[in-house]
Design a protein around this ligand. Structure first.
Ligand code: FAD
Ligand code: UDP
Length: 387
């Protein structure tokens, strides 16, 4: 058991709460660029946040909090992270089990041909076919509208309705359009899950990348430490907080909803379990949403394999902010409090209540650093110029 952290007489420039992407990037920037003394804490027993990976007992590198695939269009983010890792080229492919068939998701021409026994040969034929099924929606507001508008009712029900109800505990009609807008519809046979210009996995895993990022004598890392237990004890000029924003303010306006997941990790005595890294199970008759097999992501070779079943849940660690107007309105109230709180910066997926991917969080953290840097330059023009 971790004893509560008692700050000795050390002073820090920054206390950073949360050692995921948001907290670790800021710790790295502030220490390496400003020479700041940073205390980086996380209540989990490790760094890396949700991207944490580790070898299990069988030696298979798996992701403790479900599969994390890196993809981005931002050269700045790639250049930044490339200081701490090499990359393994990897293009993510996902299949969905629908009507007993494993078909590509996002829906593409192959999906249509396989599912409906068609022989669509060109993009144009696929576009015409989808247009014949699509049910145009005048004003696209919800996650249901997005899909119905693009592919019509039947494909919506087969691929999206059940999966979304399971994943979010809400019907797609109750969720902001941004949720299902993440998934394109294609008329070609491109079966990659992402279309980004850069798609790759950190060569030795995420945790190794994080370890390099925070490897600086100015950064003191303490895991197994909750902000709640040390907030009055640590002597720091600034706080950077990457945990849930409602929790920071003692839930004073009520709880902000976050969706959670239960992960069932299994190691199987076979070389391969499924043909691609992730298979989605959109049917509501199946309690989990997807099964992921890590060896596809990492390229690891072994006679056994590790897979993870994901069971969405209302209870548990907060993983997903839930994008819908009433939640956004509640977040805005907390955000107003945050804006009025001096010397605390709120950054990251939980603190800014944004359904962001890893690269977007890195981008957000780098932008936060630039703002801190600009402010510092404005306040100390001569000191900075003399450095
Ligand atoms: P987090 O990683 O959540 O880090 C916040 C940290 O703060 C946590 O470690 C937490 O323990 C700590 N903390 C909170 N409160 C306290 C406190 N009071 N005291 C101390 N510590 C505290 N993104 C992609 O780009 N590609 C993917 O394939 C992908 N897959 C995902 C799959 C799943 C199942 C999930 C849940 C997310 C996925 N994401 C993916 C999103 C990705 O995980 C996030 O964008 C990213 O991890 C957010 O980083 P963060 O630093 O904001 O938050
Ligand atoms: N989705 C779906 N069926 C699928 C894949 C995705 O209904 O087969 C919906 C679901 O609501 C999901 C959203 O699209 O939450 C976004 O999917 P994505 O894979 O981007 O979610 P992530 O797991 O990355 O958060």
């Amino acid at each position: 058991m971790n004893a509560p952290y008692r700050a000795e007489k050390r002073r820090y420039d920054y206390l950073i709460v949360g050692a995921g992407f948001a907290g670790s990037v800021l710790a790295e920037r502030l220490a390496s660029q400003h020479g700041a003394r940073v205390l980086l804490i996380d209540r989990r027993p490790h760094i890396g946040g949700n991207a944490y990976d580790e070898p299990n007992e069988a030696g298979i590198l798996y992701h403790k909090y479900g599969p994390h695939i890196f993809h981005t269009n931002s050269e700045q983010v790639v250049d930044y992270l490339s200081q701490f890792t090499e990359w393994r080229p990897y293009e993510h492919r996902v299949r969905a089990l629908v009507r007993g068939k494993l078909v590509p998701i996002p829906i593409n021409r192959t999906t249509l041909n396989k599912l409906f026994d068609l022989d669509l040969q060109t993009d144009e034929q696929a576009a015409d076919y989808l247009a014949s099924r699509a049910e145009p929606v005048d004003e696209i507001r919800t996650s249901e509208d997005v899909v119905i508008n693009a592919v019509g009712q039947e494909l919506y029900e087969l691929f999206f309705r059940g999966y979304t109800r399971k994943q979010w505990g809400l019907d797609p009609s109750e969720l902001d359009k941004q949720v299902t807008s993440r998934i394109p519809t294609r008329t070609n046979t491109d079966d990659r899950y992402f279309s980004d210009t850069f798609q790759a996995m950190p060569l030795n895993g995420y945790t190794a990348m994080f370890e390099k990022m925070v490897d600086n004598p100015l950064i003191e890392v303490r895991t197994g430490v909750d902000f709640r237990d040390v907030r009055d004890e640590v002597d720091a000029d600034h706080i950077i907080y990457t945990g849930p924003i409602d929790e920071y303010f003692g839930f004073r306006f009520g709880k902000l909803p976050y969706r959670s997941l239960k992960f069932d990790h299994q190691t199987l005595d076979q070389e391969q379990f499924q043909e691609v890294a992730v298979v989605n199970y959109p049917s509501e008759d199946v309690p989990f949403t997807r099964i992921s097999e890590y060896k596809h992501l990492t390229g690891q070779e072994a006679p056994v394999t590790t897979v993870t079943y994901e069971y969405p849940s209302a209870e548990g660690d907060p993983y997903y902010p839930i994008p819908r107007p009433e939640n956004q309105a509640l977040f805005k109230r907390y955000e107003a409090l945050a804006d009025a709180t001096d010397n605390v910066t709120f950054v990251g997926r939980l603190a800014t209540y944004r359904y962001y991917n890893m690269d977007q969080i890195v981008g957000q953290a780098l932008a936060t650093f630039r703002r801190i840097d600009d402010k510092r330059r404005a306040e100390q023009p001569t000191a900075v110029a003399a450095e």
